[in-house]
Design a protein around this ligand. Structure first.
Ligand SMILES: [Mg+2]
Length: 178
């Protein structure tokens, strides 16, 4: 049932974020944008998955930031407007925004897009990379909690064909391991 609801709403959600993205990039008058994934890129999500079932809102709000990534982007790309593209349920949009504000992002200046499926990221990334200089951080991985990270290979293959600077799982892992 939930899948049917998702499938029904998804085109509307995509249409909405697509127009948000176009307005955002137009008003910023910038040639370059920083595109950030959230979970396991700037937020330490998978190590805390146990808390998800207990209290979904508290779980998302209290995620620890990944300081390695945040320091790196602050040192190298702090002048760029940020577009967050996160594969999270639309019902978690508000708490996701709250978390970003809590961790130092000005959400009047930046944009948050959520997707239903990592595949949905491709369309936004294509538009961005065709029109702007894009710096993109995204682990594009899952399954860590089961001991073996797996990858969204189909998305990674598409990203690699795009004209953008991609910082991947391994790079993010190195930034955050001491
Ligand atoms: Mg991620």
């Amino acid at each position: 049932m939930r899948k049917i609801i998702k499938a029904f709403y998804n085109p509307f959600i995509q249409f909405y974020f697509n127009s948000q993205l176009k307005t955002f990039t137009k008003t910023k008058k910038s040639n370059s944008f920083l595109v950030l994934d959230i979970d396991n890129t700037i937020a330490d999500t998978w190590t805390n998955l146990n808390g998800f079932k207990k209290d979904r809102n508290a779980f998302f709000l209290n995620l620890q930031p990944l300081h390695g990534t945040l320091n790196y982007i602050n040192n190298h790309f702090s002048n760029l407007p940020v577009i967050f593209i996160s594969n999270r349920n639309i019902i978690d949009y508000k708490v996701t925004k709250k978390w970003l504000i809590k961790n130092g992002f000005n959400m009047n200046d930046n944009l948050l897009i959520v997707t239903n499926n990592p595949i949905d990221k491709i369309k936004y990334l294509k538009y961005l990379s065709n029109n702007f200089e894009i710096i993109y951080f995204d682990d594009l991985s899952y399954n860590h909690e089961k001991g073996k990270p797996l990858f969204f290979g189909e998305v990674i293959d598409e990203v690699k064909k795009m004209n953008l600077k991609y910082y991947d799982y391994q790079f993010i892992l190195n930034l955050n391991s001491k």
